[in-house]
Design a binder for this molecule. Structure first.
Ligand code: GAL
Length: 415
């Protein structure tokens, strides 16, 4: 008989979402405006998304049936504080109902306070690139903590500060669609760090029961030829830029060194890096997928072993780790099932062989949803959503995940 490959007692199994990607009905934030301006690849918008705002009860019931015992979701700032300093009690009540429902369905809520979207009033003041951005964010944090904190199991202050700044200010893929705006990028990261630190301090006082962290995106970058010094330098430089933000006194600081009770890790993939003298604009770094490796619909290399590597790298920080996002864009659900088995095996190895204190896995995502600039083309969900009727249908991968969650272990290799 194959040996049991069990996860630690109390391991969290669930999925992650973000308000704008699933709720629908949002028209007061920067992403809505970006959609109206044609920022989305297929001309789509999140006007409807998955209509989760109205269907959260059914959605949570489905997740309970699928054995999830936790759920990561974000509270939409533009709903709760539609204009500066004015809070909408009806929306706060809505989120109380949402979190209460999760609790009733036996799922521990991890609440993200900023997942890529910001209210228009904040955007019009210059958004995260403007001075005072962190101060403008704090009243929202305070209010949410006061009104909803008792229902929150864990806080995630900011989702992927590194991705947010790069996509919005260097690559132009996210609003405000700036390209190569290095000063903006730097200011955004500095403000996000301040916002995180201030939120951390605030939440530790108001909701001491709930661990606080942020979701850090670790995109791996490995030297194309490990024996070439310049490739090693290219990989190091690329990672340094992606993994740090301006800390105290403007010095670069690792995002994972921020004040936190746990590390939230979003890990999807990575690339190889080679020194390339013809690319001064990209800091002489050429990035590419390892040849011959399968890729997802996003053209991201599928290398489950990288999960163990990034987990191992986090070990010296000495904090519990929650995998706050991991998943795959594909219409081929068999590929997703294989990926789940493989990536979870790597998580299990990191725990049992390497001693990394991983406490939970939030799959990205529960249901196919609005994938930012890509619209609805990228299918990351365990549950399919019919775009015409919005009917939900769990995929076989959802059933596989349910079996793993229920048994808190991986199936034997011959199963
Ligand atoms: C992350 C992001 C999620 C989701 C995912 C898949 O960067 O936090 O909102 O879009 O990528 O691309």
């Amino acid at each position: 008989m194959a040996p049991e490959r069990s996860f630690p007692d109390g391991f969290l199994w669930g999925a992650a979402t973000a308000a704008h990607q699933v709720e629908g009905g949002l028209s007061n934030n920067d992403w809505w405006r970006f959609e109206q301006e044609g920022g989305i690849r297929d001309g789509g918008s999140a006007a409807v998304a998955c209509d989760h705002y109205n269907r959260y009860r059914e959605d949570f019931r489905d997740l309970r049936r699928l054995r999830h015992n936790c759920h990561r979701l974000s509270i939409e700032w533009s709903r709760v504080e539609p204009s500066p300093g004015e809070f909408d009690d009806r929306e706060l009540r809505h989120y109380r109902d949402v979190l209460s429902e999760l609790r009733e369905q036996g799922m521990a809520p991890m609440v993200t306070l900023h997942h890529f979207t910001s209210p228009l009033w904040f955007t019009d003041r210059g958004g995260w690139a403007a001075g005072g951005a962190a101060d403008a964010f704090l009243p929202f944090v305070r209010r949410v903590a006061a009104e909803l904190g008792d229902l929150v199991a864990m806080w995630c202050t900011i989702n992927e500060p590194n991705v947010y700044a790069v996509q919005g200010w260097l690559l132009g893929e996210f609003p405000p669609a700036r390209r190569a705006d290095l000063r903006g990028w730097h200011r955004v990261l500095g403000n996000l760090r301040q916002a995180h630190e201030a939120a951390y301090r605030e939440l530790k006082v108001t909701t001491p029961h709930a661990p606080v962290g942020l979701a850090f995106n670790q995109w791996l970058l490995l030297p194309a030829h490990p024996r070439k010094r310049r490739d090693r330098a290219a990989a190091r430089t690329g990672r340094l830029l992606a993994d740090t933000w301006p800390g105290r006194g403007g010095r670069l600081e690792k995002i994972t060194e921020a004040s936190a009770d746990y590390i939230g890790l979003n890990h999807y993939s990575g690339q190889l890096a080679a020194f390339d003298p013809t690319r001064p604009g990209e800091l002489f770094i050429r990035r590419f997928n390892p040849p011959g490796i399968p890729t997802s619909d996003f053209d991201w290399a599928i290398v489950p072993g990288w999960m163990r590597q990034v987990l191992d790298e986090l070990k010296p920080r000495g904090l519990p780790v929650y995998i706050t996002e991991s998943g795959l864009a594909t219409t081929d659900d068999e590929l997703r099932q294989r990926f789940l088995l493989d990536v979870l095996e790597q998580v299990w190895l990191a725990i049992t062989e390497d001693g990394v204190d991983v406490r939970g896995y939030f799959h990205w995502t529960s249901m196919d949803n609005f994938e930012w600039a890509q619209g609805y083309a990228m299918k990351f969900g365990l549950i399919e959503v019919d775009r015409a009727t919005l009917a939900r249908r769990p995929k076989p991968s959802a059933q596989l995940f349910a079996r793993i969650a229920q048994s808190n272990s991986l199936p034997g290799r011959s199963d």
